[in-house]
Design a protein around this ligand. Structure first.
Ligand code: ADP
Ligand code: MG
Length: 242
């Protein structure tokens, strides 16, 4: 059974049709990289998967069940999906350690000591163990994004959604974040990653999905996709960014 399945998903904002006929199945352990021009619906797709947006057509299954509409069931489902955005969204007035322990203590009801031990382990894993007691603004952009990844992982997600996690970073910090994502992929984490980093797509993706105008026009292993994109739109897109 796939971890996530989208079937015929459609979504509009007013009369702007943003997603059309989106079918996508993501298997446990799979890394799907989503690429495509700005405005093609990549962020909306991510947001629909954890129901930050509702869909108008089709259905989305998570672990075989329709996404819960609301309440405790929805909160539980969301707690199993980690999300990392372009803007790190760390709590500015809390230490890095607090940022990572807040979810586990408040949402999962973990004891402070247990949450802290796990947080320190995760901060070490993303290479910022020494930043635990700092405030977000005392960290570089790359370090803040790695803290945001640690915070998401602290909830023990079964799926991680990354929406252009390196787009706001200075160029020299991009690779440190991509390296963390690569090592996460190597642990078997299921990941959906929206990115313009084609090197990452080539090396880390099991499949690359190309979106344009709210549709997935192609989805294929990176060697196939980059070697021989089938659609004119994908060829144009790649010609412009590579
Ligand atoms: P991408 O991430 O590929 O750049 P988005 O999913 O952000 O694309 O946006 C797809 C389209 O949906 C765009 O036309 C955008 O303006 C529109 N859109 C996204 N979010 C909203 C919203 N909350 N309200 C209205 N329109 C939106
Ligand atoms: Mg976007």
């Amino acid at each position: 059974m796939p971890l996530v399945t989208l079937e015929g998903v459609g979504k509009s904002f007013g009369d702007n049709r943003v997603l059309s006929d989106v079918d996508l199945s993501v298997e446990a352990g799979e890394v799907v990289v989503v690429i495509g021009p700005s405005g093609s619906g990549k962020s909306t797709l991510c947001r629909c998967i954890n129901r930050l947006e509702t869909i108008d057509e089709g259905r989305i299954l998570f672990e075989g069940n329709p996404l819960p509409a609301e309440g405790r069931e929805l909160a539980r489902m969301r707690s199993r999906v980690g999300m990392v955005f372009q803007s790190f969204n760390l709590f500015a007035h809390r230490t890095i350690l607090d940022n990572v322990t807040l979810g586990p203590t408040k949402v999962l009801g973990q004891k402070r000591g247990q949450a802290e031990a796990r947080a320190r382990e995760l901060l070490a894993r993303v290479g910022i163990a020494d930043k635990a007691d700092r405030l977000p603004r005392q960290l570089s952009g790359g370090q803040q994004q790695r803290a945001a990844i640690a915070r998401a992982l602290a909830m023990d997600p079964v799926l991680m959604l990354f929406d252009e996690p390196t787009s706001a970073l200075d160029p020299e910090m991009i690779s440190e974040v991509l390296d963390v994502m690569r090592s996460l992929a190597a642990t078997g984490m299921t990941m959906i990653v929206v990115t313009h980093e084609m090197g990452f797509a080539r090396s880390a993706a099991d499949r690359v999905a190309f979106m344009a105008d709210g549709r997935i026009l192609e989805i294929a292993p990176p060697d196939d996709f980059f070697g021989a994109p089938k659609s004119e739109r994908a060829r144009d897109f790649l010609a412009r960014i590579l």
